[in-house]
Write a protein that binds this ligand. Structure first.
Ligand code: F0G
Length: 408
């Protein structure tokens, strides 16, 4: 395996054991916990924000674990809009509510941030076959970056439980699709087991610490887009729990490097039918009880999240909150956001707004709140299909006029 880039250490998040080279299983050989990449020394404000010459998130390359000369596999990911959503904010009693619209990434989700780093690293290390288990977005993203790099992508997905738009993406990017008889958790389990045995496979799930490094750039961007300010609250959906771990790492780095002087409170949101992290946090347990997941938000239909330990640490360290929201609350929040702000997101991405509705009155009105809306609504059209079938049908100008007379 390739050596970790100069100036970086790879170590276990639990026991701290350090590794000089990438670890195939992404697990600590001593205690079995996940690994993280840590940059030695500090990145300066001008190094972090001054270089605009690179594509996508590679503007932050001083904070990314690739050697300076590695050529990167990029589709110009990142720099997604941070939109002040005043109308929905007024409904929720928040004057400074913002949506980080990650659906505007190249493949329509935040996964592209992590994928550009993980795929660049894998390809630079000689990988030819990339694999992941996925509820859809990771698969679409990995397949696109594999195509861009000229290597093969193979994805495992829970059969019948992935939005059609995401499957179409994987297919179109030339990825090989394998359906697993079970949930995402079963798909991930099978994939990780096989990948440890067959050395040609490189796993691109968020247990891969290079994914986390890319995804942390969301924190840097939000800080920059708020005029070099840390938000008071950062609200996001939690599934396999890689993203909350990554974004918290990004905010912590800004503070450790002396760039910012505060940290946000992280608010993790899960669907009620798939909420093992919320349950553990709520009951003050330091481990999760896996569940059989069931939610319309298929992207986060996960019952045994791999990065639960990092997620619980992020919630605890940030004095954060964890909430679960029902499928009805998710669909209502999604509709609220699209019809009052023009931002159409997939169901999982509406969970932060559904949670804020529940928290109404509990967060100060003038707090700066950022919701990360992780995926584009166009990927998952199944959840609005029924409503579309009941729209009026006309065959003549007269019929349209009479319809308008009733509606205008
Ligand atoms: N939102 C969307 C749209 C997602 O696709 C995911 C995860 C999440 C939120 C949760 O992020 O897993 O880092 O906590 N999707 C993965 C996938 C599992 O396979 O696409 P997380």
């Amino acid at each position: 395996m390739s050596r970790v880039a100069r100036g970086w250490t790879q170590r276990c998040v639990a026991c701290g054991t350090a590794y000089e080279s990438d670890v195939r299983s992404y697990e600590c050989g001593k205690c079995g916990n996940l690994l993280e990449l840590v940059r030695e020394g500090k990145v300066s404000r001008s190094d972090l924000f001054g270089d605009k010459s690179q594509p996508g998130i590679w503007k932050f390359r001083h904070a990314l674990p690739l050697p300076g000369d590695a050529s990167v596999v990029s589709l110009s990911e990142g720099y997604t809009p941070l939109v002040h959503v005043a109308r929905i904010g007024a409904k929720l009693g928040l004057s400074k509510l913002h949506v980080k619209n990650e659906g505007q990434n190249p493949t329509g989700s935040f996964k592209d941030r992590g994928m550009t780093v993980a795929v660049s690293r894998a390809v630079a290390s000689g990988a030819k076959l990339l694999v992941c288990a996925s509820t859809g977005n990771t698969a679409a993203s990995m397949a696109a970056y594999a195509a861009r790099a000229g290597v093969t992508a193979m994805v495992t997905v829970p059969a019948g439980k992935v939005a059609a738009g995401k499957m179409a993406q994987v297919y179109a990017y030339g990825g090989k699709i394998v359906r697993v008889d079970g949930d995402f958790d079963a798909a991930l389990n099978i994939t990780l087991k096989v990948a440890t045995e067959i050395k040609e496979l490189s796993v691109m799930n968020s247990v891969n610490p290079y994914r986390v490094e890319g995804q942390k750039t969301n924190a840097y961007e939000v800080y920059e887009q708020l005029g070099y300010r840390v938000p008071d609250y950062f609200v996001l959906p939690v599934g396999n729990a890689g993203n909350i771990s990554a974004i918290w790492k990004g905010f912590k780095e800004l503070k450790e490097w002396g760039i910012s002087d505060s940290l946000p409170r992280m608010v993790g949101v899960q669907a009620a039918g798939a909420a093992p992290i919320v349950d553990a946090f709520y009951h003050g347990r330091n481990s999760i009880k896996p569940v059989q997941p069931h939610t319309i938000a298929s992207a986060i239909n996960i019952g045994n999240p791999a990065s639960w330990k990092k997620a619980l640490a992020a919630l605890t360290e940030s004095n954060g909150m964890a909430l679960s929201v029902t499928d009805e609350e998710i669909l209502e929040a999604r509709m609220d956001l699209s019809s009052s702000e023009g931002i159409f997101v997939e169901p999982a991405s509406a969970t932060p707004l559904a949670a804020l509705k529940k928290l109404k009155g509990k967060i100060p009105r003038d707090a700066t709140v950022v919701c990360t809306c992780t995926g584009n609504g166009l990927k998952d059209q199944e959840s609005v299909k029924v409503q579309l079938e009941t729209t009026p049908l006309v065959g003549s100008p007269e019929e349209l006029v009479s319809l308008l007379a009733k509606t205008v």
